[in-house]
Design a protein around this ligand. Sequence first.
Ligand SMILES: [Zn+2]
Ligand SMILES: [Zn+2]
Length: 197
Amino acid sequence: MICPVCKDVQLKEQELETNLSTARCDQCGGHWIRAIQYWEWRGGQAAEGEIAPGDIPDPSEFQSEATDLEVVVEDHKEAKICPECSRILTRRPVGRGLDFTLDRCGTCGGLWFDKNEWQVLKKHGLHEEVHFIFSAAWQAQVAREDKTRAYEERLQHLLGTEEFNRASEVRQWLLAHPQRNSILSYLCQPENGEKAS
Ligand SMILES: [Zn+2]
Ligand SMILES: [Zn+2]
């Protein structure tokens, strides 16, 4: 198999995790994982196209590894060709605050990880859930995250960083508060003498 990034380098078998062997490129440091290897390692069944929003574990269920190790992902954003069946790989953003994309073959189900992508996913407890990332339900979440981020950026621009941070703190406090509805209606009360509009 040929590296989909370097295009002229042969991939070499290498163990990535216990019982998970991958084909690695020595030149760019990327990994190819065959669909069968991923599913055997994970001990599950491929559930193509059957992932519903409720199947995706809550962010709090992902066990992040507590490590200060700073790992920089080398995300190659250009189109890549599947090293197994020569189809163009599908690229999808990971989301959840991780600013890189993953590549997967829609035909054979194999997965390509650029240098350090696997390590960063593992750090965030997402490496066993890679199949979710390519589901429509996950990508809908990513689109919502993007929308929220864009909204927050506009608000920050409007308020300035200090005021925005203050608003953000109040919001987090409010969202976590069991009496948030009472507090919200108090906040929206007109001042004495002011007419409710
Ligand atoms: Zn390579
Ligand atoms: Zn393929």
